[in-house]
Design a protein around this ligand. Structure first.
Ligand SMILES: [Zn+2]
Length: 625
C-alpha cells in the first residue's frame, strides 16, 4: 500500500491528460437562474395572522426618474418569503404585553409611533409565541436571516412585494389619480390613520402598501447603496445611522407613496419621539412544507425555502483562503487552482456564498502534523517546496515554492472548521481547500496530496476536543489509502470508503478490514467503473448507515472528492450532482442521529470545473438545510 506501481501512475497521468484535452473545452454553462414567478397565495399563521406567500423572483429595483437615492435601477433576486397582508395593528401588538405607543388609538388601526427596535422586538415575541426561532439578537439587533421566525422585510423584499410584478410608478400604473382607491395619504386621510384593509390591495393581495403608515425595513439606509448593492437578496449596508422607511403614510404626498420611494427618519430610531406616521409589517423566509408556492427550482441556490421550520436552523461554515491558489502544479495538471475558483464563483453566482459562515485557516503547529506524519517527512516537505524542487517524493505530487504554506493552510482550514463546529458557531462546514490529502502517507507524499488533512483533523477532534469516536466517510473516486493506513489498527476511527476498483492507487479491496483492535473498523466498498447515483445511494443505505449507527460516532468527517462525477477527467463513474446531494443527506442524517449534526466535509478530488462546481453546490445546499 505504501507505493503504488509506477506504471499505473504513468497510465493515469496520460489518461487524464487525454481526457482533459478531450473534454476540458466542451463544458456548457446553463443559465437556469431565471425563476418563473407563480401567483402568491394567502396563508394563515398559527396565531391567525394572514400573510401572503410570495414566490422568489427577479425584479428591477429603483427608478430612473425618482430621487438620486433610487438609482441606478438594478436587477435584484429575492428568495421566497411570507409577508403580512396588513400592517401590524394595535390589537396584535398588545397580545404580547407590549405597551401600545400609538397616537391614533383603535384596535384595528396600524400601530404607530413605533421605533425600529421595538418593531424588531415584536417580531421576536411573535416568533417565540409560534415556536419559531427569533431572528433578532436582542443586544446587537443583528438579524439572523437563517432563523425561521419573523423579521422586518429587507428593502428589496418590500419593493418586490409592493411592485407585485409591475414596473410602473405604482402597482396600479402611473396614474396618480388612482392612488385614492389604494391608499390613505395626505389628500384623503383627514389627518389620521385608518383601520387597515379598507382600500384596494395590490395585485398580490397586500393592503396599505401605500399610505396609512410608513413601514420600517430591516436595512440600514444609505443614499448611495444602489450603486453597489448585490444582486441576490441584498440586505442593505452593513452599518449606518438610520433604517429605511417605505410606502408613505397618512400625511404623505402622492409622490412619496411611490413603489421606489425611499426615506429614513433619524429622529425616530430608538428615541421616544416616534412619529405617528411610522409603523411596520413582518415577513419571514418561506418554509417549504407549508408553502404550496415554494419555488421548486433548487438550482437557484439561495432560495431559503429549503429550511425546515420544525428543525433547528443550521448554519454552515465555509473554509477558503487565497493561499490555496498559490499551490501551483504543472501546466495542464487537473489538480489546479482553477478548481477552487470554479467553486467560489459558482457559490457567489447562486447567492449561496453570502449565506455561508466564512472561516479562515488557523496557524498549525508541527505538533498536529506529527499526529499523523513523521517529523522527517514534514521537514522534507518544507525544504522541497521552499527549495524549489518541482516534485515531492514522486512525479505525482508536483509542488511550487508556496506549496508548503498552502498545505499547512489546508490542514489549518480543517482545524478551523472543527473548532467552529465544536464552538457551535456553525452546525457543519465545508472546506474548499487544496492540496487534497487522503493519499498522503505517514512518511511520504502521494497522489497530489502533501499532508493528510482529514487524518490530522481526526486526531485534532480526539485530542483537542476530547471526542473519541470519529467516522470518516470517503466518497472520492479513489481509495483513500493514506487515511486507511493511518487508522488501520485503531478502533476509535471508522473509515468507510466507496471507490472505483480496480483503480488508482490499487488499494481498497473488501478484504482490507483493519487489523488488531482496528479489525472491522475499516470498510471498503469497491465499485466497478460505470457505477452511478443509484449504486452509491444503495451502498450508503445498506452498508454505511447500519455500520455508522452501530459505531455511533461523536464527530463525522467527509473526504469529499467529486471525481466520481459523470464528467470527471479522472474517474469513470456516473455520479451526478443530485447523487452527491443524496449521499450528503445520508451522512448528515447519521451525524444528526449520533452527534448533534457535527460534520466537517473536506474537499479531496474533483477535476471537471463545472462538474465540481455543480456537485459542491448541491453538497452545500444539503449541508445548509
Ligand atoms: Zn480522487
Amino acid at each position: 500500500m505504501r507505493k503504488r506501481p509506477t506504471k499505473l501512475t504513468a497510465g493515469i497521468l496520460a489518461s487524464f491528460l487525454i481526457f482533459f484535452v478531450l473534454f476540458g473545452m466542451s463544458c456548457e454553462k446553463v443559465d437556469n437562474s431565471k425563476a418563473k414567478a407563480r401567483a402568491p397565495t394567502v396563508v394563515k399563521t398559527k396565531s391567525g395572522i394572514e400573510m401572503i406567500a410570495i414566490p422568489g423572483g427577479w425584479f428591477d429595483m429603483g427608478s430612473k426618474s425618482g430621487s438620486p437615492d433610487e438609482s441606478p435601477v438594478h436587477r435584484v433576486w429575492v428568495s421566497s418569503f411570507w409577508m403580512d397582508r396588513f400592517e401590524v395593528i394595535q390589537e396584535q401588538f398588545k397580545k404580547y404585553q407590549l405597551p401600545d405607543p400609538s397616537h391614533f388609538k383603535n384596535p384595528k388601526n396600524p400601530l404607530e409611533q413605533i421605533n425600529w427596535t421595538d418593531a424588531a422586538l415584536y417580531c421576536n415575541d411573535r416568533s417565540r409565541a409560534e415556536g419559531l426561532e427569533p431572528c433578532y439578537d436582542e443586544e446587537t439587533w443583528q438579524c439572523n436571516f437563517h432563523a425561521n421566525g419573523y423579521r422586518l422585510p429587507t428593502e428589496a423584499e418590500w419593493e418586490y412585494a409592493c411592485r407585485a410584478g409591475t414596473g410602473t410608478k405604482f402597482s396600479f400604473g402611473n396614474d396618480v389619480q388612482k392612488l385614492k382607491a389604494y391608499a390613505w395619504f395626505a389628500e384623503n386621510s383627514s389627518g389620521k390613520t385608518h383601520p387597515v384593509g379598507q382600500k384596494k390591495p395590490n395585485p398580490w393581495g397586500l393592503y396599505d402598501m401605500y399610505g396609512n403608515v410608513s413601514e420600517w425595513c430591516n436595512d440600514f439606509y444609505s443614499e448611495n447603496y444602489y450603486k453597489d448593492s448585490k444582486e441576490k437578496n441584498p440586505k442593505g449596508p452593513a452599518k449606518a445611522q438610520e433604517r429605511v422607511l417605505r410606502g408613505g403614510a397618512w400625511n404623505s404626498s402622492a409622490g412619496s407613496c411611490r413603489s421606489s420611494y425611499r426615506t429614513s427618519d433619524p429622529s425616530i430610531d430608538d428615541t421616544c419621539l416616534a412619529s405617528d406616521a411610522i409603523g411596520f409589517r413582518c415577513v419571514r423566509s418561506a418554509p417549504p412544507g407549508d408553502n404550496p408556492n415554494a419555488h421548486p427550482n433548487t438550482s437557484t441556490g439561495e432560495d431559503m425555502t429549503k429550511e425546515n421550520p420544525s428543525k433547528k436552523v443550521s448554519k454552515t461554515g465555509f473554509v477558503y483562503d487565497d493561499i490555496y491558489l498559490e499551490h501551483k502544479t504543472t501546466q495542464g495538471h487537473p489538480e489546479a487552482p482553477q478548481r477552487l475558483i470554479a467553486i467560489v464563483d459558482r457559490l457567489k453566482a447562486k447567492g449561496l456564498y453570502s449565506q455561508l459562515f466564512k472561516l479562515s485557516p488557523k496557524p498549525v503547529s508541527s505538533e498536529w502534523l506529527t499526529t499523523v506524519h513523521t517529523p522527517e517527512y514534514v521537514e522534507r516537505a518544507k525544504e522541497s517546496c521552499e527549495g524549489g524542487a518541482g516534485y515531492l517524493d514522486s512525479m505525482d505530487v508536483p509542488i511550487s515554492s508556496k506549496s508548503y504554506e498552502a498545505a499547512l493552510a489546508a490542514v489549518g482550514g480543517v482545524l478551523s472548521a472543527i473548532d467552529a463546529v465544536m464552538e457551535k458557531k456553525v452546525t457543519n462546514a465545508f472546506c474548499a481547500i487544496r492540496p487534497p490529502g487522503h493519499h498522503s502517507l505517514k512518511d511520504s507524499a502521494m497522489g497530489f496530496c502533501i499532508f493528510n488533512n482529514i487524518a490530522i483533523g481526526t486526531r485534532y477532534v480526539q485530542k483537542k476536543h476530547s471526542l473519541l469516536r470519529i467516522l470518516i466517510v470517503d466518497w472520492d473516486v479513489h481509495h483513500g489509502n493514506g487515511t486507511q493506513a493511518a487508522f488501520y489498527n485503531d478502533p476509535s476511527v471508522l473509515y468507510f470508503s466507496v471507490h472505483q476498483y480496480p483503480f488508482y492507487p490499487g488499494t481498497g479491496s473488501e478484504i482490507e478490514k483493519g487489523s488488531g483492535k482496528g479489525l472491522n473498523y475499516n470498510i471498503n466498498v469497491p465499485l466497478p467503473a460505470g457505477s452511478g447515483d443509484a449504486d452509491y445511494v444503495r451502498v450508503f443505505r445498506e452498508k454505511l448507515e447500519p455500520a455508522a449507527l452501530a459505531f455511533s460516532p461523536d464527530f463525522v468527517l467527509i473526504s469529499a472528492g467529486f471525481d466520481a462525477h459523470k464528467d470527471d477527467l479522472l474517474g469513470r463513474m456516473k455520479v451526478t450532482a443530485q447523487g452527491f446531494a443524496e449521499m450528503t443527506q445520508i451522512v448528515k442524517e447519521i451525524a444528526e442521529k449520533c452527534c448533534e449534526g457535527r460534520l466537517v466535509s473536506i474537499l479531496e478530488g474533483g477535476y471537471h470545473p463545472d462538474g465540481l462546481a455543480d456537485s459542491v453546490e448541491a453538497h452545500i445546499q444539503v449541508l445548509m438545510r
